[in-house]
Design a protein around this ligand. Sequence first.
Ligand SMILES: NC(=O)c1ccc[n+]([C@@H]2O[C@H](COP(=O)([O-])OP(=O)(O)OC[C@H]3O[C@@H](n4cnc5c(N)ncnc54)[C@H](O)[C@@H]3O)[C@@H](O)[C@H]2O)c1
Length: 339
Amino acid sequence: MGSGVRTDPAAGVTGWAPGRAASPRAPRWFGDGPREALPPVRRTRHAGPGRPPGVAGRRTGYGQDRAGRTHRGFHRGGTSLADGALMTDGPDGRSVIVTGGGSGIGRATALAFAAQGDRVVVADLDGAAADAVVIEAVRAGGTATAVPGDLSEQAVVERVTATAVGRFGGVDVLVNNAGIMDSMSALGDVDDAEWERVIRVNLTAPFLLTRAVLPHMLAAGHGVVVNTASEAALRGSAAGAAYTASKHGVVGLTRSLAVTYRGNGIRANAVCPGGTATGIAVAADPTAHGPSALAPHFVNLGRVARPEEQAAVILFLASQAASHINGAILPVDDGWSAV
Ligand SMILES: NC(=O)c1ccc[n+]([C@@H]2O[C@H](COP(=O)([O-])OP(=O)(O)OC[C@H]3O[C@@H](n4cnc5c(N)ncnc54)[C@H](O)[C@@H]3O)[C@@H](O)[C@H]2O)c1
């Protein structure tokens, strides 16, 4: 930490120095809308992709402390334990929530946002996994904090939202990514418990969290939501009845959100991953009708993606480069949906 740096742990800000350059990392963006109207900050020679028209170089950015004061030129602060997880304060960038951030696509997404200077709330049922991702992000120089819990519970949703708002000054980007598979069962074999759990985690949880962050996005006049749907959102042959219905529901949620809030500076899009190498558990029930009926359709799967390949598309949709993409349902599946 350089000289002249103010340390104010009580305010959750560990060393900010207005006017100082942010860390020399990749370009970062601040969502759509009003923040574009903030006064210009330092310009650098960088002229990377996504730069707003008419701006000569990249902005080194703004950050907000917990009191909502906007500072420019944040630089990296120290680390501290907060909300039961390791967290750094300081760098500028957007406030981003990634659900299911402890594993697979969510983990890759959280790390990628943190690497480009955004401040990330890693929300996951598996608290230890979320903590591990936060530690990895912080070690790489990023800012992140973990919130453990089941996102299908309203209390957890409120904790996630309060953490993003209280620690990071709002919610610029929400990535509803947490999800679970079903047993690949056909409709006739799905019991009530499986149906309710899959719908609750895959569909109700994104609804609850989006509803919770919306007032903050509306107040800010901008926000981006990216939902992780699935190939199973596009066809009936990629999973069982419960998962397929839940992911089709995510598409509806995304489109409704995109249309109804497009006048408010809020965009919503969904990615539809094909097969991706993650920790997601698929406990296919061999006695059920589904697995044998579905098996022939998997010949068209294509190459299995790395989680980072899904994360890259999520980051793109959340970026200013995608400022006119709203309501898109984007397959990221090596052409599986094109077959
Ligand atoms: N991996 C694939 O092939 C694939 C394909 C299409 C869609 N998807 C979707 O991608 C998303 C991410 O899955 P993944 O493959 O990275 O799986 P993953 O199991 O590696 O990661 C999912 C994470 O979500 C968390 N989670 C599960 N239920 C939760 C809950 N109730 N509250 C909070 N967190 C919860 C898990 O703890 C886990 O860390 C899911 O929505 C999944 O449906 C995955």
